[in-house]
Design a protein around this ligand. Structure first.
Ligand code: HEM
Length: 323
């Protein structure tokens, strides 16, 4: 009886160890990995500041499809349409070259040791810090997935989701509604293509052209930035900044929600329940509270369904599954 208990305990502990990520995972295995990633992200950021929001979004999209396994970084092949070419990604995702450059330099010093999924996790932390967000120690030890399917990107919530739908989509990944409210604040940095929200301006539903939940002054501003031509056609390359400080991890996102100036429907609906509206109001009043909650939720998100131990692989090139 005692022996059975010990065996069960050992099995549980070894399983538990395997499934747990670790801060400082590469300290002995590849001591310069973190520094190389930071250097590459910083260098690219100085050339194009948009890569910081770009990389932050990549991690969200990676973790929501088959867990944080670097599968968003894999290129499509003639026989497989990969996640990066799925509907929520395509021309809207950016930052891949930065990760490629970091990976190439890391491979040159420690071959086959650092996963692409971990490189993305470190690069995301560095991106948040470069946009004046809080620093955190990244738990690492993720392995790379060997599957990437465009069809599975339906796990990523869309900008037209209502509060229940977003809450459920996060719950499916083990995140609470409160995590979701904190994580949505990432929309304080970056840009959006006009096509991601113009339904709210021009064809909201069968009765109304414009979303009544959208501040009319903000709607007017967005229409100027995202005009349609005489045939009602929108230029697919047009973009707008998320808000007035698109390079700063500040609480302006939540302040804007209170003014009904959230860019996406999925942003504005955070005011649709008393609980989520209260959380947004607390964040709008105190950016530090938001930043602390954001970091906690990011660490949680970055551990969704991770592959560890002997699972998956360490990809040699983040774009290609090992032969
Ligand atoms: C309710 C869930 C969410 C929805 C529906 C959503 C949707 C979107 C959409 C439609 C865009 C614009 C893409 C474009 O047209 O260029 C965007 C941008 C962005 N999203 Fe989200 N998102 C959500 C949650 C998140 C989360 C959890 C994060 C990160 C933690 C995040 C980070 C970003 C960032 C940083 C950008 C700007 C990207 C850039 O500048 O390249 N989003 N999101």
């Amino acid at each position: 009886m005692k022996l059975t208990l010990v065996i069960i305990m050992v099995c549980f502990l070894s399983y538990h160890n395997e499934a747990t990520l670790q801060v400082g995972f590469y300290r002995d295995k590849c001591p310069f990995a973190e520094a190389i990633i930071k250097d590459e992200v910083t260098k690219s950021f100085l050339k194009d500041q948009g890569i910081a929001p770009g990389i932050t979004r990549l991690q969200f999209h990676d973790c929501f499809v088959r867990g944080c396994d670097g599968s968003i970084l894999i290129d499509s092949t003639p026989t497989n349409q990969a996640e990066k070419d799925g509907p929520p990604n395509g021309i809207t995702v950016r930052g891949f070259n930065v990760l490629d450059n970091a990976k190439a330099r890391i491979e040159a010093v420690c071959n086959g040791v650092v996963s692409c999924a971990d490189i993305l996790a470190y690069a995301t932390r560095d991106s948040v810090v470069l946009t004046k967000g809080l620093y955190w120690d990244v738990p690492a030890g993720r392995r790379d997935g060997r599957i990437s399917r465009a069809s599975e990107t339906s796990d990523i919530p869309t900008a037209f989701f209502n509060l229940d739908q977003i809450t459920q989509s996060f719950a499916k990944k083990g995140l609470t509604q409160s995590d979701m409210v904190a994580l949505s604040g990432a929309h304080t940095i970056g840009r959006s293509h006009c096509f991601s929200f113009t339904d709210r301006l021009y064809r909201f539903d069968t009765k109304m052209m414009q979303d009544p939940n959208l501040n009319p002054y903000y709607a007017q501003f967005l229409k100027l930035k995202c005009p349609r031509d005489v045939h009602g056609i929108l230029n697919q390359t047009l973009v707008v900044f998320m808000n007035q400080s698109p390079l700063l991890m500040d609480q302006s996102y939540y302040g804007n929600l209170l003014k009904h100036a959230g860019l996406f429907m999925s942003d504005q609906v955070l005011l649709d329940s008393q609980k989520t509206a209260q959380q947004a109001a607390i964040y709008a009043a105190n950016g530090l509270i938001w930043q602390a909650d954001f970091v906690k939720a990011m660490i949680k998100m970055s551990q969704i369904q991770v592959l560890t131990g002997e699972q998956g692989e360490i990809r040699a090139n983040c774009r290609v599954i090992n032969p």
